[in-house]
Design a protein. Sequence first.
Length: 253
Amino acid sequence: MAKNEQLEQILIDLGLTENEATVYLASLSLGPTTVLNIAKAAELRRTTVYSVVEALKRKGLMHIELHGLKQLFVAEHPDKLESILDTRKNALARVLPQFTALYNLKGKESTLRYYEGLESIKTIYDTILEPMRPNDYYLVMGDMQKFFDMDREYFEDFFKKRVKAIKNARLIVTDNEQARYMQKFAKQFNHEIRVLPKGSELAVDVMIVPQKVTIFSLDEPLSAVSLENKSIIEMHRQLFEIMWNALPAPNLD
């Protein structure tokens, strides 16, 4: 295997797509340059390179420098690759207690599913409402701004479906403009919302329904873990109730 192919494979193993790995390596060798030059070096279409560059920027592996009126694209130092590993380690550390809770349980008693990337996470929402009945509980703890910002069109469509399917969802959310809007029109949206004190941050989002509890990491790389285990679901439901009762009810008068 040629040297660049080995480096490319390492980048793919770290979670980059093939095109992202190719563009990153090309940019490293070129230094500050134009998309056209990157496209030539990577042997990709310029339109493809634009979208790949945006993905690399979101992952912290590229940035733009302005030279007069010209935009030049610059690959970040390879040290940045360590941050990808750190992010994955942190994501695992957050959900490791859930893995431990499942240890030694029989396969029929528990199911654990791991999802990575936005399209994979969408499959959770594509199926979450199917087995639910209108009076089932639907509990969420999270940051609604980040939730909708992942893909506003898709998640607004899901939100409309949830409003029709579930009579009374309850949400504990961080304080931001999206949360206040959803709280203001709570009755129309078939849900109740309690807002955390200003400055409170949630490292992950949690969705609890009778069939499963799903834990989402909405920072790059996007990922989620779904656990189908009665004891774990019930534990999370009780923790939600403790938080819910500790927060003041909104004054919507």
